[in-house]
Structure formats: structure tokens, C-alpha cells
Design a protein around this ligand. Structure first.
Ligand SMILES: [Fe+2]
Length: 227
């Protein structure tokens, strides 16, 4: 029988006060903040995002976190959450689009917390394939992945202060935005975080990184805001 115990959904996870404080802290320019971030479990929270994460899940594990605000119609393709920073850094240093097999390191789980959602946004839903776990040999960001016919799909309409959780490397994606109006740039700000039971490379060197790729060297960045 099918089990969905690896997926959870919760509403109003932070108190109204804590949530509004986090919303205000993140604002809507987080696209310019470091792309990949890490908080080791023995380091006390250094900013409001880390404080909120600790409130939600405690400090038993190390945490990787990232914020996205796609502001447009670009969908996020099917992928599983893995050590994406390592993979992209390797690709930038080796000038190769072939993924290193050792980038296939998976966190213990993924949390998606919706921070600010444009009330006028159409589309932008999260799609989860609960029964489709990572297929060995495929890239983790999988441009060509097609769900098998008849695969169950969960569709989540983003709502502020709601949280989606899963603890298996299952395929997920986001839908395109449907109101493609060049004058409107809908916001859809989400905070994602994953627990790790060890510190994966290159987070052992530095905690805040850009988004490296071919022609874009990996850069160690400063966190843009104080606590
Ligand atoms: Fe993801």
C-alpha cells in the first residue's frame, strides 16, 4: 500500500509575530543574497533566518538553507535536493556539464516555508512526486526527467507561513507562473532548509556561497544583514 509518511504539511508554523519579523527581514530582494548557506549545529543562530529555523526544528543537525524569489514565469524543473553547491562548484572548476558522481549526497530532509506570496500570482504551484525517489545515474537537476505515466502527483498552492516537509530524495518541481505580464513581476518568496548529519563540502570551508556555474567561479560571500 502507498504510504505518504515521508511528506508532511503544516499551516501557521511560526507565531504571527515571528513570521512577520522573518518576512520583513527577508523582504523581496533575497535574489541578491548568497545562494547557498549553511549553519553547523554547534554554531548559534547568526541571523533571523537561522533563528527561525532553530525555532522550527531545533539544533540537532546541521542545516543548509536557501531563499528563492523567481519573480517570473520560469519554472523550476524536476530535481531532487542534494549537494547542489558541490556539483555546481565542480562544474565551474572543471568546465564540464558532466556531474561528478560524488555530488550525489543527500540531506536528511527538505523543508519549504512560504514567506511572501503575491496575492495575484497564478501558477507557481509546488509539484511533488511522492513515490518517485532519485533514479541512480540521473543528474540531480534533471532537465529531461519525465514522471512515469500514472505517477501520483501532489500539487501545493503556496500559502504564507505554511510548511511542506519531506524526508526522502523525491522529485519535485514548480509550475510556471501563468500571468505573463511584462509589467508585473509577481513575488513568490520561499525559504528552503535541509538537515544534514554531517558537514558536506565545501561548507567545511565557508558558510555562504554564490551560484557557481560554467564561467562563474565559486565565491565565498558575506551574509548581507546582521541579526
Ligand atoms: Fe528542491
Amino acid at each position: 500500500m502507498e504510504s505518504l509518511e515521508h511528506i508532511k504539511y503544516a499551516k501557521s508554523v511560526l507565531s504571527q509575530r515571528d513570521f512577520e519579523e522573518l518576512q520583513e527581514y527577508i523582504g523581496d530582494d533575497a535574489d541578491y543574497w548568497p545562494t547557498y548557506n549553511f549553519k553547523p549545529k554547534d554554531v548559534p543562530p547568526r541571523n533571523k533566518i537561522e533563528k527561525a529555523i532553530v525555532k522550527l526544528i531545533g539544533q540537532d543537525n546541521h542545516v543548509e538553507y536557501w531563499i528563492r524569489n523567481p519573480r517570473g514565469q520560469e519554472p523550476t524543473l524536476w530535481h531532487v535536493d542534494a549537494n547542489e553547491l558541490f556539483m555546481k562548484k565542480y562544474i565551474s572548476e572543471n568546465d564540464s556539464t558532466e556531474e561528478p558522481p560524488f555530488a550525489r549526497q543527500f540531506p536528511l530532509n527538505t523543508h519549504i516555508l512560504y514567506i511572501s506570496i503575491d496575492p495575484k500570482m497564478k501558477g507557481g504551484e509546488l509539484l511533488i512526486l511522492p513515490n518517485n525517489t532519485y533514479v541512480e545515474g540521473r543528474p540531480i537537476n534533471d532537465t529531461n526527467y519525465q514522471p512515469l505515466d500514472g505517477s501520483r502527483m501532489i500539487i501545493v498552492k503556496p500559502k504564507e507561513n505554511h510548511l511542506v516537509f519531506f524526508n526522502k530524495p523525491i522529485y519535485h518541481a514548480t509550475n510556471e507562473f501563468k500571468n505573463i505580464d511584462p509589467l508585473r513581476r509577481d513575488f513568490r518568496v520561499s525559504l528552503m532548509f535541509s538537515s544534514w548529519d554531517y558537514i558536506p563540502k565545501p561548507y567545511d570551508e565557508w558558510h555562504h556561497w554564490n551560484n557557481p556555474w560554467i564561467g562563474i567561479p565559486a565565491e565565498q560571500l558575506k551574509w548581507p544583514k546582521g541579526a
